[in-house]
Design a protein around this ligand. Sequence first.
Ligand code: SD4
Length: 333
Amino acid sequence: MDRKKFLHLSSLGLASLNLTRISKSVQKPIVISTWDSGMPVNAAAWEILSKKGKSIDAVEAGALYIENSLNCCVGLGGYPDRDGIVTLDACIMDEKANCGAVGGLEQIKHPISVARKIMETTPHVMLVGQGAQQFALQNGFQLESKELSEDAAKNYKLWLEKSQYHPEINVENKKQNGPAAPPFFEDGSPNHDTMGLVAMDINGDLSGAVTTSGMAYKIHGRVGDSPIIGAGLFVDNEIGAATSSGVGEEVIRICGTHLVVEYMRQGYSPENACKKAVERIVKRDRKKAESIQVGFLAMNKKGEYGAFAIQKGFVFSVKSEAENQIHPSKYLI
Ligand code: SD4
């Protein structure tokens, strides 16, 4: 920058801002994902990102990894609805705002790939229920068994004793209140039933994916935020991308991840953008917010990332050249 231009910018208070932008290099490739279960998911995505692959392939690979883990509560190993049926939600979105989604998909192992197929081969964004299953079968996906995983069957049986839908938040609560209250496993560990991930590839292109069995013991037919573009996932290649986990109804009400991206557009850091969205939920109904969890996770075009949740306990996983670790999210209440 020549001296004259520098002095001019200084007079506007913009010189340091401009210099910061020049000196700060973009962190890429990078992948971030919800929860500690995101560590192996990131590793699967990194296989692609580290070989200069595309972020859309990386996020699909990450989601496929967790859909394959039958001991996990994402995918067919997940917890059922109150009728004992596992219904899966997923979506995927790329740097050109191409997107695909499935809601309430039954007996198909890889909802994320069905979502991608919808994105790439149909004029639509979202297919649900029987139609989504029919589309999957027509496109070579196998019909899997209806049987619940061992863990899910055990917890469902326990849940049936009271049949109450009370998504709990803290492990402490869970231990006081007895077993099987979602979103917790019987041993008290959090039921991370949603995997959301966002990646930026070596070209700086952003993509995201979400896959989940949704809230345990939901009403049959209920679809959460996870497969809804702008709620569970949003990608804007000019600005950044965001994903969410927690009580989907509250995320849908504020178009959560779209809101986070819009806050980043206004100049908020990823963490502060997530915080603003959390504040929106809490402001609407603080009493309700005190009893639920919602966490947002976001990345901007510089590869900066951040998260924010209503409650303590939300964590996220990051993989880049510089790090491979789990971070605790800040929280409001
Ligand atoms: C849902 N948002 O179905 C999902 C559930 C979730 O951790 O994220 N649980 O509402």
